[in-house]
Ligand binder design. Structure first.
Ligand code: ZN
Length: 306
């Protein structure tokens, strides 16, 4: 079983490296892997949560942000000229090369902002992506990154400090408004991220979106990618598009057109004045943990790679 998996991974990785058209052999091998994984009932986080290093070979995001894994992730350096990765013990400072490049680029922009030496980078992906033992429904394909709201005032934190330092919350009234910790620099950094064509979406608490809607000047098109979501008051979450030629990567449908400001205001209104519960509401059945059989077959090759 090992040999076909390694051959398939080499083919997938080779494909990813050149990101060209799909060779017939790869199609056949991934079909075999799809057949194998269909009967694999292991809980996927119990597989991917314990893999300490990236898979060998080229890089490829495989599957969807919340149902996938990542071949050939690379590690964001623990410290760079304009960033530090936080909570190193989690070993989640990994991502596709496009994500690592993006984080470094955004950190350079952040360092141009008054009071910001760069970025403190939270969870990205595990070495081979996939579901995590704790936290995060997504972050599985190496294209998601959490960025701390705390403005870095120094970039020489020890690993112990990176375990113990906390970010700051930037909301009040359960996400309905920004608090005094929110600054124009936060807006500038989120705007820079949302204006980057590599970015698909940014998740942040509703009050921050409304704040940016109310203060944005000039071009407002970047607001489209900034989406209100639960939590995301100590960090914001950047999600990249599938890179060009990433055959096995599944993009999320784009946000609806427009700046999304009315929608964000509705979120805020519902926080301030919660609507009465719907008497007909029935909670959906729990789907349980993500299993290997929920992932693309190629993830078997990623999990089994040297
Ligand atoms: Zn996140």
């Amino acid at each position: 079983m090992v040999r076909p998996i390694l051959i398939a991974l080499a083919l997938i990785s080779g494909l990813a490296a050149c990101r060209g058209t799909e060779p017939v052999a790869t199609q056949a091998d991934t079909s075999a892997l799809d057949a194998s994984i269909a009967s694999d009932s292991r809980v996927a986080k119990d597989v991917f949560g314990f893999l300490p290093t990236a898979s060998a070979g080229g890089s490829a995001p495989l599957g969807f942000y919340s149902r996938g894994c990542a071949a050939g992730n690379v590690q964001l350096a623990e410290t760079g000229p304009t960033w530090q990765a936080m909570r190193l013990s989690r070993n989640r400072n990994w991502g596709q090369p496009e994500l690592v490049d993006f984080v470094q680029d955004l950190s350079r922009f952040a360092a141009s902002q008054p009071g910001w030496e760069g970025l403190y980078v939270g969870d990205m992906s595990q070495p081979r992506g996939g579901p995590m033992l704790t936290g995060h429904a997504s972050h599985q394909v190496g294209l998601d990154a959490d960025i701390w709201m705390l403005p870095p005032d120094r970039l020489n934190l020890t690993s112990t400090e990176r375990e113990n330092l906390s970010s700051i919350r930037t909301d009040r009234n359960s996400g309905a408004y920004v608090n005094d910790a929110w600054t124009p620099q936060h807006t500038a950094i989120l705007r820079a991220a949302a204006s980057d064509p590599r970015v698909a979406r940014i998740f942040v608490f509703p009050g921050a979106k409304v704040e940016m809607c109310n203060t944005a000047t000039g071009d407002r098109s970047w607001l489209n990618k900034v989406r209100p979501w639960y939590g995301h008051n100590y960090h914001f979450h950047v999600r990249l598009n599938c890179p060009a030629g990433a055959t096995y990567c599944e993009d999320q449908a784009p946000p609806p057109p427009g700046d999304g400001c009315a929608d964000a205001q509705t979120w805020v209104n519902n926080i301030i004045n919660p609507p009465p519960p719907d008497p007909d509401y029935v909670a959906p059945p729990s789907s349980g943990p993500v299993r290997m059989s929920d992932l693309p077959g190629a993830c078997l090759a990623v999990a089994g790679s040297e």
